[in-house]
Design a protein around this ligand. Structure first.
Ligand code: HEC
Ligand code: HEC
Length: 153
């Protein structure tokens, strides 16, 4: 995959872009700074704001925190996390999801530029790890037929 395609694969476009413009990389490295050790989908030269923006996008789309996919202890400093580790199955699933989202955008919607992205993690997940396969049973999403007068409520 080339760089443009990889940018598309990001899957959480708006969030990534917002972060990229809002946040300059802090000086002096830190646990979230490049060089990254184990990127297999994102471009190797991705910037810190792009990487972190996408990660926040993942977390927001699924309604989870970083440790859902990364090895670490909630409440501990990020410097104690092992972000490069692939020990958590959810991280491996997320990589496959990235590839899927990229394919859908490119093949089904003909998207060639990052800004035109149609499908992101949020499109399906909407703040949940388990996207719904049907409307919730207590919700009727079908509008009334045009002839019926809606009841005053
Ligand atoms: C839904 C799963 C998921 C969540 C949630 C998530 N990440 Fe990631 N993270 C990944 C995947 C997948 C990769 C590897 C991407 C690749 O292979 O190109 C990654 C890579 C990284 C890397 C690069 C590590 C390296 O050296 O290779 C950092 C840093 C990182 N994530 C930080 C975070 C932070 C901070 C959060 C919370 C805001 C977070 N991640 C939330 C899935 C996730
Ligand atoms: C086309 C819809 C769709 C899109 C887009 C999508 N997912 Fe998923 N994802 C699913 C479905 C369906 C499951 C399976 C849930 C289940 O097992 O019930 C799933 C499962 C997952 C899981 C494992 C479930 C868990 O417990 O954490 C992770 C992680 C995940 N997705 C991450 C992502 C990320 C990151 C993106 C964006 C790059 C993404 N998904 C985009 C449909 C989607």
């Amino acid at each position: 995959m080339n760089r443009e395609k990889l940018a598309l694969a990001a899957g959480c476009a708006a969030f990534a872009a917002a972060v990229a413009t809002a946040q300059a990389p802090p000086p002096g490295g830190g646990p979230l700074a490049p060089p990254y050790k184990n990127l297999q989908v994102f471009p190797k030269d991705i910037t810190q704001p792009q990487l972190v923006g996408n990660m926040k996008g993942f977390a927001q789309a699924l309604g989870v925190r970083c440790i859902h996919c990364h090895v670490g202890t909630e409440g501990q400093p990020l410097s104690t996390f092992d972000f490069a580790s692939d020990a958590k199955p959810t991280k491996l699933i997320a990589r496959k999801m990235l590839a899927m989202v990229h394919r859908i955008n490119e093949k089904e919607f003909g998207v060639t530029e990052f800004k035109d992205v149609k499908v992101t993690c949020f499109t399906c997940h909407r703040g949940s790890t388990k996207p719904l396969t049907a409307p919730p049973p207590d919700v009727n999403l079908v509008p009334p037929p045009p002839a019926t007068t809606p009841k005053a409520s």
